[in-house]
Design a protein around this ligand. Structure first.
Ligand code: AMP
Length: 251
């Protein structure tokens, strides 16, 4: 069985985000970019499934500008066997990404598609659900544990929900999206970084995949959240109660 894994290139989680002066988006020039943390978890899970003898190949996929190749090289250094880059400039909203994944799934025929539960740049949390819908495949979203049964071609997925743990059993092929507690992704070792340089990255354009990139959404503006005001130190409980009552109006 082949596993396809989505790896999105996003602004590194440790970078302080700056909004562009014209409010059309956030600044990405000269900003450190990394693999989306939930995608690292997705790739780690695919590699563990392969190492357990349940899969034969792990294919990493990234969609976006030419620099996505760097993210794919990281994925190859972590252990993916090969990679696919869908070269697309301009904004890519979840429905377009889901359509591109559907086209790639039809070409590559993986038995499992694993994505992050959300991308930390757009926080949409939509792509996995949309691609499962487009493919007509079952979905196990926000997975905190994945167990595969190779004989019966089933996946059992634990999901952390408000009331506790929900366990779903689904036929393969299926779509799984990963939550934070699923695993701890590995670091790429130096020898694997070197090996990754010779692994294959195949390139497609959306046109080659017969997908038109368009969106019904228009971003009107992006603004920074209001700055937090400095706190004050009160000298007594009475003063605190007075402020809560007469200034904050919360009691
Ligand atoms: P989102 O629905 O945008 O929050 O993204 C959910 C997941 O879909 C991400 O964690 C990725 O695994 C995958 N994904 C979204 N956009 C891309 C992209 N441009 N390239 C690769 N994977 C993506």
């Amino acid at each position: 069985m082949k596993i396809m894994v989505a790896v999105k290139r996003v602004i590194d989680y440790a970078v302080k985000i700056r909004v562009k002066p014209d409010k059309t988006g956030v600044e990405t020039q000269n900003v450190k970019m990394s693999m989306n943390p939930f995608c690292e978890i997705a790739l780690e899970e695919a590699l563990r499934i392969k190492e357990a003898g349940m899969a034969s190949e792990v294919v990493a996929v990234s969609m976006g500008p030419a620099q996505c190749v760097d993210t794919l090289r990281t994925g190859l250094a972590m252990g993916a066997d090969r990679a696919i880059h869908v070269d697309a400039t301009g904004p890519l909203y979840p429905l377009s990404v889901a359509k591109l994944f559907k086209a790639l799934v039809e070409l590559e025929k993986p038995g499992l598609l694993i994505l992050g539960k959300q991308a930390i740049d757009d926080d949409c949390n939509q792509t996995g659900q949309m691609v499962a819908g487009l493919l007509g495949w079952p979905q196990g979203t926000f997975a905190s544990k994945v167990v595969l049964d190779k004989e019966k071609q089933l996946a059992t997925v634990d999901r952390e929900v408000d009331g506790g743990l929900e366990t779903l059993c689904m036929d393969l092929p299926a779509v799984i999206t990963t939550d934070l507690r699923l695993n701890q992704p590995r670091y790429a070792t130096l020898p694997n970084i070197m090996k990754a340089k010779s692994k294959v990255i195949k390139k497609y354009t959306p046109q080659e995949l017969n997908v038109e990139i368009k969106s019904d959404l228009e971003v009107l503006q992006v603004t920074e959240p209001p700055k937090r005001k400095a706190g004050v130190i009160v000298s007594s409980v009475d003063e605190l109660i007075d402020k809560l009552k007469n200034e904050a109006h919360v009691i």
